[in-house]
Design a protein around this ligand. Structure first.
Ligand code: NAD
Ligand code: LMR
Length: 328
């Protein structure tokens, strides 16, 4: 057995938390040989409910759980953490876009960015799930000047997984047969799920679907999937979001398969002409706990227009929260 690592989860008593904690505790995220200490953050009124969740984790008698702490103070919950999963935030309701949450949730991420800066492990890997995830991640990053900006990421893995599922259904293959799919940009309805480089069992995916279906069904379905779930369930996605958060951290920590890549919201370094600094979803490979943008992909006019539209939205979101960046 390895030495335990510390995993912080915020909003731990919420919907996503209720699925996520059990997956982390069972070893789905970091491996069956990796003990974890869970450090759970909630707002004060939710601490009692969180205690109930803790009782349930205890009652699972998970072999990998080496400790659980709860707190309503970010400086306590983030102390020495190796992984920080920032889930706690208000979800949107019917008729809202995720960016409508910007103001309600932005303050949370500046406070938590500062706390991570002060007390987390210097190698902490941060995943922001709370919406609008990309820009919240940027706010946290800008408030953590002593950490490497690249340690802050946002979740577009749910969009990536949704795209895999749609493409698999349409072509009658399994999601496992699909490689090299990309979600570009924002976790919002401007995101661009791109199959132009994707392969199904090693052959070009674009040759196996109708262009009409790709443009008029696949892309809007993936872009609007979050809203469709809210409409159907009366609440936003939770178990699938938790599962994708587990996937994001597992891939970052343990790596991508040879010949494949995944999608992660990460700080743009200007690759593919995308504005530097915004947290933009790129195709990435991961190895030894580090991610790298897949370079050299050919980008046609159709893709370029969509990549720029979602970039533009992220630039506008960044400009709307700049007052929360201490160095502006
Ligand atoms: P929820 O309302 O069920 O739970 C959120 C929890 O966060 C609550 O328990 C609340 O008390 C807690 N919280 C609020 N402010 C906090 C703070 N400052 N510190 C710690 N905890 C705090 O919501 P949910 O369904 O679990 O969703 C959480 C967030 O994740 C929402 O913003 C939602 O939109 C987002 N989300 C993102 C994705 C994605 O793909 N990126 C997918 C699904 C949901
Ligand atoms: C999702 O994509 O399911 C989440 O971001 C929730 C939402 O508001 O759509």
């Amino acid at each position: 057995m390895k030495a335990p690592v510390r995993v912080a989860v915020t909003g731990a008593a919420g919907q996503i938390g209720y699925s996520l904690l059990f997956r982390i505790a069972s070893g789905d995220m970091l491996g069956k040989d990796q003990p974890v200490i869970l450090q759970l953050l909630e707002i004060t009124p939710a601490l009692e409910a969180l205690q109930g969740v803790v009782m349930e984790i205890e009652d699972c008698a998970f072999p990998l759980v080496a400790g659980i702490t709860t707190s309503d103070k970010a400086e306590e919950a983030f102390k020495d953490v190796d992984y920080a999963m920032l889930v706690g935030a208000r979800p949107r309701g019917p008729g809202m876009e995720r960016k409508d949450l910007l103001e309600a949730n932005a303050a949370i991420f500046s406070v938590q960015g500062k706390a991570l800066n002060d007390v987390a492990s210097r190698d902490v890997k941060v995943l922001v799930v709370g919406n609008p995830a990309n820009t919240n991640s940027l706010i946290a990053q800008q408030n953590a000047p002593d950490l490497d900006p690249g340690q802050f990421t946002a979740m577009t893995r749910l969009d990536h997984n949704r795209a895999l599922a749609q493409l698999a259904n349409q072509t009658g293959c399994h999601t496992q047969d699909i490689t090299r799919l990309t979600v570009w940009g924002n976790h919002s309805s401007t995101q661009y799920p791109d199959i132009s480089h994707a392969q199904i069992k090693g052959e070009p995916a674009a040759d196996k679907v109708d262009r009409q279906w790709y443009e008029n069904e696949f892309i809007p379905t993936v872009q609007q999937r979050g809203a469709a779930i809210i409409k159907a369930r009366g609440a936003s996605s939770a178990a699938s979001a938790a599962s994708s958060a587990v996937d994001h951290m597992r891939t970052w920590a343990l790596g991508t398969a040879d010949g494949d890549w995944t999608s992660m919201g990460i700080p743009s370094d200007g690759s593919y002409g995308i504005a530097e600094g915004i947290i933009y979803s790129f195709p990435v490979t991961c190895k030894n706990g580090k991610y790298e943008i897949v370079q050299g992909l050919e980008i046609d006019t159709f893709s370029r227009e969509r990549m720029q539209a979602t970039e533009q939205e992220l630039v506008e979101e960044r400009d709307a929260v700049k007052h929360l960046f201490p160095n502006q």
